[in-house]
Design a binder for this molecule. Structure first.
Ligand SMILES: [Zn+2]
Length: 308
């Protein structure tokens, strides 16, 4: 009986080994600084990736609360996607220093800096961070232009393919599908916003500049005098007079911005305050990039129609 027992054990061991060989490959652990990059990573990675965003969708991407759990997440990551251009300057560098993970070090295939492929708007002629401006390398809120989303999706597919070459073709196929949907959706969104070409709007922060450029809207003022600087009474008085002169009647605010300031200005100008989050998942049914943009375009068009 003894030999059969040994054979049985050997066979069981063989099965265990071959079982391990056919198990699905480990999913890439992807970390994105903000939910919008995370949403793109899910489109391209599909079920071959597990994606975590460090910032909450209701958090200001410039000022994220760094937590010990972020260190653990970064330490285990295969890929990190950041906006770059100083979007995360105030909170990401110390986290990265302490996470000690060579896979996501600058220049590694596992490190994606979204801004590197983008034609940045509002790049200052002279670099100056002294007055607290958080856009000193140009405007880092570029993802609301669907053409920029396509560029970043391509960067993501390329890096995912370098980190997991066996799945490179799958990532390419997912990119192709993303691009086709983006092209079709962009045409729809342009049609929806075409009646409001040239419409005057006001935003709290300079965070809708790329959207305005793509869809031909005119941002006449921001409630912040400079990106990252709180509104002052003197600046708000200027905003009110500009809005009166230009007949701008819509003020866009995000969940983490001071809505009461916007309401005060709206009362003086007959404007409406529009809650319009720019991060997927900040409100229900906006988990994907396309759902978010659908919501944003629909909400904006409705407000512009009402205030025509
Ligand atoms: Zn900003």
């Amino acid at each position: 009986m003894q030999p059969i027992g040994i054979l049985g054990t050997a066979a069981a061991a063989l099965i265990a080994v071959s079982g391990a060989g056919t198990s699905p490959p480990k999913k890439l652990s992807v970390v994105a600084t903000t939910p919008d990059f995370a949403a793109l990573a899910r489109e391209i990675g599909g079920d071959l990736v597990v994606v975590t965003a460090l910032a909450k969708p209701t958090e200001d991407p410039h000022f994220v609360d760094a937590k010990p759990s972020h260190l653990v997440t970064l330490n285990r990551a295969d890929v990190l996607i950041e906006g770059g251009a100083e979007l995360e300057l105030g909170w990401l560098p110390p986290l990265l220093d302490n996470a000690r993970n060579g896979r996501i070090a600058a220049g590694a295939p596992g490190r994606i800096v979204a801004s590197q492929g983008i034609t940045m708007l509002e790049v200052p002629a002279r670099f100056d961070r002294s007055k607290g401006d958080v856009h000193s390398l140009g405007n880092p809120h570029f993802l609301l232009d669907p053409l920029n989303a396509k560029i970043i999706a391509a960067q993501i597919a390329d890096h995912f393919g370098q980190v997991n070459p066996a799945a490179a073709e799958t990532f390419k196929a997912n990119l192709k599908r993303f691009d086709a949907t983006a092209d079709q959706k962009l045409a729809e969104w342009q049609k929806q916003l075409e009646p409001y070409r040239g419409a005057k709007i006001v935003t709290y922060h300079k965070d809708f500049v790329y959207l305005a450029q793509r869809f031909n809207l005119d941002i006449v003022e921001t409630l912040e005098p400079k990106p990252g600087i709180a509104p002052s009474p003197a600046h708000l008085a200027k905003v009110v007079s500009t809005m009166q002169a230009t007949k701008a009647r819509v003020i866009l605010v995000q969940p983490y911005q001071n809505r009461r300031t916007a309401e005060t200005v709206a009362r003086q100008t007959g404007a409406v305050v529009l809650d319009i989050p720019q991060q997927p998942g900040a409100i229900q049914n906006t988990a994907t990039y396309f759902e978010l943009m659908d919501y944003l375009v629909r909400t904006l068009a409705a407000a512009l129609e009402a205030k025509k």
